[in-house]
Each structure stands twice: as C-alpha cells, then as structure tokens.
Design a protein around this ligand. Structure first.
Ligand code: ZN
Length: 307
C-alpha cells in the first residue's frame, strides 16, 4: 500500500529571518530530495488547515488564542529563537492540519503510512507555551485528533530528533493511555529528558545520549529500551517526531548518526507498528539543520516507510 506525503507551500512563508537555522530551505531541500524517481509512488497531498478545536485538545485555550491573536503584519519574537512572522499562522495551521490529515489517511486506510513535510516543527511546544522554534505541538494535536475523530485511546509518539520533545512530554505525561519516548542528546536544549522522567505510569521513556554518541549508543537505546516499551504499550496508532538533527553533520548538536541509522530506526518502528496497530504510522518532520544531511536523511526515512 502507498505512503502519503502531505505538504503545502505555506511552509515556505514562515519567515524566521536571516541566518535562522529553522529556515524555509529546510522544506525546499526535503521536497527536492523526494523528487527522486524512487518517490514517484508517493501519494502527494495538500496539508489542510487544522480545525481550531483540534488545537484546543492539546493546548490551553490561552495558548491557542494567544497565537491566533498575534499581529500578522509584522514579526514578533515569542522568545529568542521562536519567531512569528506574517506567514507563520498559515504555516502552523497547515502543519498541525497536515498531521491530522495524515492520521485520517492511515485510519481511512488509503495510505499505509504518511509523512508530513511542514514547518515550523512542533515537539517543543508545551500545553501552555510556544518555544524552541515551535508554535503548536503537531504530534500531540494529531494524537488527540486520532482520539476525537477515530475513537482511539492508546496513541504513541516516538521522537528521534536530537533534542528532547519537552512539549510532547508535558502534554502526555499525566495520561497513562498516551506514550512518549525519545532519544536525544543530553545535556542539550531544552534540558529535560532525564531517564528518571517516566510519566504517570511508565508512559514516558527517555533515552538520553551523551554528546558524541553515534550508532553504537543510539541503536541499543532503541532496541533495549524504547522499542520494547513501545511494544508493551501496544499503541493503536504510532506517530513519529522525525527530526534529523542527530546527524553527524548537524550544526545544532553533537550526535553522530548517519542516514543508515534513520533507515534502521524507521524499519524497527514499522516492525512494532505491524505487530500492534496494523502498520499505521504517521511521521512528522521536526528538526534537522544541515540542509544536505536533512534532505538525504529524510529521504532515507521516507524510503524506509515505503518499504
Ligand atoms: Zn531538534
């Protein structure tokens, strides 16, 4: 069965300013890599705007309404790195909406898996606040959408971005039927993600990796810790926060992964999904700031999704 690719040109109009690593070229480079003949079978879909009610399910009303009320005719710095520009609202709404549409695609069954190539990323956005380049938590919004629209209860988000997804953990940690697992460089931004942070029922799993770690630390962290915990949780839907900034070439962190590591972890996750939730996987672009490494890593990931 086919894999769907959701994107929209609005992703390119979120303008973070000159020299910001989270730049429009990130999505341009990913989409260019996905023009390779290997990707002809992808079902290319438009990322729609999210329904505001879906944002309220993952975020406080104050946070959502605060973002919706930001001026759209000038640039606002939410924090030192998190920018809201005239094009940002549509990009953020279509990022979250693409994630929800990807859930619908795999639940309706016309796609086996789906990849959403949008920006800004989402995993640092907490229930109550935007931070770390992120406005809305696309993975969490998609998880709550899967519950509201499809009646699912047990939804898992796994995250191999080099940074800990503090936002997803914040939104999930007190709900035993939501699962969040992450491998990430530690110490590193945002400072959360210790192994001792385990949620309300072991539903949070953190695998911190020392700066300089490569495959030899990453793969055992997943095969011994994250993947068994995910399988034991038995999700009805698997959402991947797919950041590629753990690549050795990335300028924002110091892990040393390469493209085969992203292929490997994707294949391992598909094997768990096949056993638990007949293969339903939604993958969302998070970080990745070396443009060439991002493009080739994302292509490796999507190629694995298409298996
Ligand atoms: Zn990151």
């Amino acid at each position: 069965m086919s894999v769907a690719l959701f994107t929209h040109p609005a992703a390119l109009a979120h303008d973070t300013g000159e020299d910001h690593p989270e730049c429009p070229d990130r999505v341009r480079w990913v989409l260019r890599a996905l023009e390779h003949p290997d990707f002809v079978p992808l079902l290319r879909e438009v990322a729609p705007k999210v329904a505001v009610e879906a944002l309220y399910a993952a975020h406080s009303k104050a946070h959502v309404d605060g973002i919706l009320a930001l001026p759209q005719d000038r640039v606002t710095y939410i924090d030192g790195d998190t920018v809201f520009s005239p094009g940002s609202l549509e990009a953020a709404l279509r990022g979250a909406g693409g994630a929800c549409a990807a859930v619908d695609a795999v639940m309706e069954g016309w796609a086996k898996a789906a990849f959403v190539a949008m920006r800004p990323p989402g995993h640092h956005a907490e229930a109550e606040r935007a931070m770390g380049f992120c406005l809305f938590n696309n993975a969490a919004v998609a998880a709550f959408h899967a519950r509201a629209r499809w009646g699912l209860r047990r939804v898992a988000v796994v995250d191999f971005d080099v940074h800990h997804g503090n936002g997803t953990q914040d939104i999930f940690e007190n709900d035993a039927e939501l699962f969040y697992a992450s491998s990430h460089q530690f110490p590193c931004y945002p400072g959360t993600g210790r192994a001792s942070e385990t949620g309300v029922a072991g539903n949070i799993v953190n695998a911190p990796l020392a700066p300089g770690s490569g495959s030899e630390a990453f793969r055992p962290a997943w095969s011994r810790l994250v993947l068994p915990a995910l399988a034991a949780f038995k999700p009805e839907l698997l959402i991947i926060s797919a950041g590629f900034d753990a690549h050795a070439a990335d300028p924002l962190a110091q892990l040393r992964l390469h493209e085969p590591d992203f292929t490997w972890v994707t294949e391992e996750l598909l094997a768990v999904a096949d056993a638990c939730c007949p293969g339903r996987v939604v993958s969302l672009l998070e970080g990745g700031y070396d443009l060439d490494a991002l493009a080739s890593s994302a292509a490796s990931h999507v190629r694995a999704l298409m298996r």
